[in-house]
Write a protein that binds this ligand. Structure first.
Ligand code: NAD
Length: 279
């Protein structure tokens, strides 16, 4: 598990930005996506993110950027030391892709899921040698925010945890080690806050601007829950809420009507230009 050859599954918001983080530290990355549009765009997107992060002093300028290979075929991950799964937050899709990966990678490779909310042990059921799977919940964008949640599933081995810690050190990230469970720490709390904030807007109690201003101005948070939701992607928020609702039985996670309506209208937030805010 030397962590030198990296594969990233998913070239969406997070897969692209994780690729930026790794390539910016000199690691070659194979990116896999089923969407040809994302495969065509990923290199340019990474280049733009690299420029920004280097200008901000968040990624080293004196490191040769790792080579990026973008492919549709998941078997291209066969020689990777580390595979980071960052596809759409749908349990059945993740289970399928993790099974495909574990059929082709070396038994010693480290497998990582960047899931927002699905318990690592649930995903481990789809992996041969389930002890090699851990969760790394990167923050958005991962090349600007240093801290990550590092999730130890009940079956994750010491070797896998050590390999994950070594990878994060190589990438200049700082792990906060937490246990397994729906949403781990951050999303168990954050997704519920976003849902409640959206419900407040739906009920006409406050505008999105007022909700967020209360959090930033009164509580000193860097951003409010609805600006955060637009950054995450409202489609991803709804998927994560559904994962939490199904696994906790807690009705507080039932996605509210306003969130569902925005997703049905294609207003996903920053990535489509419209969410709670216009971008
Ligand atoms: P996204 O919708 O932007 O990207 C998901 C990508 O996965 C898409 O490009 C899609 O084509 C691809 N995909 C779907 N099925 C695939 C398959 N079988 N093989 C290869 N690619 C496939 O979503 P995102 O926001 O990048 O989220 C990705 C993961 O990261 C999710 O698990 C999400 O919960 C998690 N996450 C998101 C954030 C955030 O702020 N957006 C933060 C931390 C973690």
């Amino acid at each position: 598990m030397s962590g030198e050859r990296l594969a990233v599954l998913g070239a969406g918001v997070m897969g692209t930005a994780i690729t930026t983080l790794a390539a910016g530290h000199g690691l070659p990355v194979t990116v896999v996506d089923v969407n040809p549009g994302r495969l065509a765009a990923v290199r340019d997107d990474v280049r733009g993110q690299l420029r920004l992060a280097q200008l901000m002093g968040k990624l080293p300028r004196d490191v040769e950027t790792g080579e990026i290979t973008a492919v549709a075929d998941v078997t291209a991950v066969a020689d990777a030391d580390v595979v980071i799964e960052s596809i759409t937050e749908r349990p059945e899709l993740k289970a399928k892709v993790l099974a495909e990966v574990s059929a082709v990678v070396r038994p010693g490779a480290l497998l990582v899921s960047n899931t927002s909310a699905i318990p690592i042990d649930e995903l481990a059921a789809s992996v041969t040698h389930p002890g090699r799977l851990v969760g790394i919940h990167f923050m958005n964008p991962p090349y600007l925010i240093r801290a990550v949640e590092l999730i130890r599933g009940p079956r994750s081995t010491d070797t896998a945890m050590a390999a994950a810690a070594a990878l994060l050190a190589r990438l200049g990230r700082e792990p906060v080690v937490v246990g397994d469970g729906p949403g781990f720490v951050i999303n168990r709390i954050l997704q519920r806050s976003i849902n409640e904030a959206a419900r407040i807007v739906e009920e006409g109690i406050a505008t999105p601007e007022a909700v967020d201003a209360a959090f930033t101005g009164c509580l000193g948070h860097a951003t409010g829950p609805l600006a955060t939701a637009d950054l995450i992607g409202l489609d991803n928020v709804v998927d994560s809420l559904r994962v939490l609702r199904e696994r906790t039985g807690d009705a507080g996670y039932e996605p509210c009507a306003l969130l569902l309506r925005k997703v049905a209208d294609g207003d996903f937030g920053r990535k489509t230009g419209q969410g709670f805010y216009h971008h």
